[in-house]
Design a protein around this ligand. Structure first.
Ligand code: PA5
Length: 429
């Protein structure tokens, strides 16, 4: 279960404003549950938790185990909702500098030729013992036609067919919509293994489909626990959505009172990928009809030495949301040394976790006093189950809050504008 601390934010709004926003949040929640809001054919992210497909989760886990046994490198090729979720979970749960299991690389999330050139060089270079690297590729695109992903896929796939011959077919896995798109044509021609993204789930709500589950399982994370963490949160919120309603109502009220930005961050660097996932989820869902809180992200304490200044004393148009992990992620303590030249002996033997906690508590106090409402979203521990809770919490909160804005949370019509201009310049017919 996700805990949420609102004490450092609620004083910025009147009780009566919050009360009336809560009533609106209840209505918006009902629209989500009853499927009566705009975009109601895109509620599959709830359906899959109400009726979990255990056979598919098992199949993904087994496939991932096989890939893990053989792969040195697993490339996730996708953009937007087709990669942020997997990246968020892998960064959160895998240890830094972890050398167990295949290295997970990302591609298709921008158009840098330099990056692709170096990626090809890297995967082609033999291992330390002189053996070639064993490379697998997972292309992920619901539409099957997104340019960034398609270009990277063409480039890496060509290399894989040259390097592995016919065996490339068993090393390339495609995750896409059931029908349509050029990717489905390629799959049919080449016979790649295919996972289906359900029609009723949009990209940024798809992390608990094969889009996120396969890469996460290949990274060695228990996807069943992750998934059932989300199921548990779904069941809890269906009965008692209090936390989601309160947070949605507060965001909505602050926005109405002129707050324009939500600075989303954490003092745990492991959770910055997750912050990026929420940035995409919120940004593409709420930024329409001239409305929405701009979801900025900040990694603390690093960014206290940069945009922290802006948060403390810049324009008073922002709120802040921090992801907190209660239990220490490590038992690392400040080491004792013989003298005190660095004047750090007052911290001797202290857990880094506790020092980081004091930095967070001090920051929350300072930002609040500086005029920034701060919300803390609290996980007991950083594990697959808790992340599952957090994923559903955010999906639901996004839908409820965006319905309060009277906006469709499930489309992204504005994304087409840059594409049309770009295709014109590129001469696409
Ligand atoms: O949330 C969304 O729908 C988008 O961010 C998409 O995930 C993104 O544009 C990638 O699209 P596709 O999976 O079709 O390549």
């Amino acid at each position: 279960m996700i805990k949420i601390k609102l004490d450092n934010a609620v004083d910025f709004v009147e009780e009566s404003e919050l009360e009336s926003a809560l009533q609106q949040a209840e209505k918006a929640f009902k629209q989500v549950v009853d499927g009566t809001g705009p975009g109601n054919d895109w509620l599959g992210w709830r359906r899959i938790l109400a009726e979990p497909n255990d056979a598919e989760i098992d199949q993904i886990q087994q496939h991932a185990t096989k890939i893990r046994e053989d792969a040195d490198i697993f490339i996730v090729c996708g953009i937007g909702g087709s990669f942020t979720g997997a990246k968020a979970i892998i960064e959160a749960l895998n240890m830094p500098f972890n050398e167990q299991g295949p290295e997970i690389l990302f591609a298709g999330h921008h158009m840098s030729g330099r990056y692709l050139e170096q990626l090809l060089k890297y995967i082609q270079a033999p291992k330390e013992n002189g053996d070639p690297k064993s490379v697998y590729l997972n292309v992920i695109s619901k539409s099957g036609s997104t340019l960034e992903t398609a270009l990277a896929f063409r480039t890496i796939r060509k290399w894989m067919h040259e390097a592995y011959g016919d065996e490339a077919k068993s090393r390339i896995v495609a995750t896409t919509g059931q029908t349509g798109g050029v990717l489905n044509k390629i799959i049919a021609e080449e016979g790649y293994k295919k996972y289906i993204i359900p029609e009723d789930i949009g990209g940024r709500y798809s992390v608990l489909t094969p889009v996120g589950l396969l890469p996460v399982a290949v990274a060695g994370i228990d996807v069943q626990t992750l998934y059932y963490g989300a199921v548990a949160e779904f069941e809890l919120q269906e009965k008692n959505p209090e936390t989601v309603l309160k947070y949605s109502a507060l965001r909505y009220t602050l926005h109405k009172k002129g707050v324009a930005l939500d600075v989303i961050g954490s003092f745990e660097p492991e959770l910055m990928g997750f912050a990026a996932w929420t940035q995409q989820l919120l940004g593409e869902s709420e930024g329409k009809k001239g409305k929405g809180l701009f979801p900025a992200i900040a990694g603390y304490s690093t960014d206290l030495h940069s945009i922290g200044q802006m948060v403390q004393q810049g324009q008073r148009n922002m709120m802040e949301t921090l992801f907190v992990v209660e239990s220490p992620l490590s038992k690392m303590k400040v080491p004792q040394v013989e003298n005190d030249t660095d004047q750090l002996n007052y911290l001797d033997g202290k857990l880094f976790h506790d020092i980081n906690k004091s930095a967070r508590e001090g920051t929350v106090q300072a930002h609040r006093e500086g005029g920034v409402p701060v919300v803390e979203i609290i996980l007991e521990k950083l594990n697959a189950q808790q992340l599952g809770h957090l994923i559903y919490f955010y999906e639901l909160m996004t839908a409820v809050y965006v319905y309060m804005l009277e906006v469709n949370p499930f489309n992204q019509p504005g994304v087409e504008n840059y594409k049309q201009a770009m295709y014109r310049l590129l001469g696409k017919r």
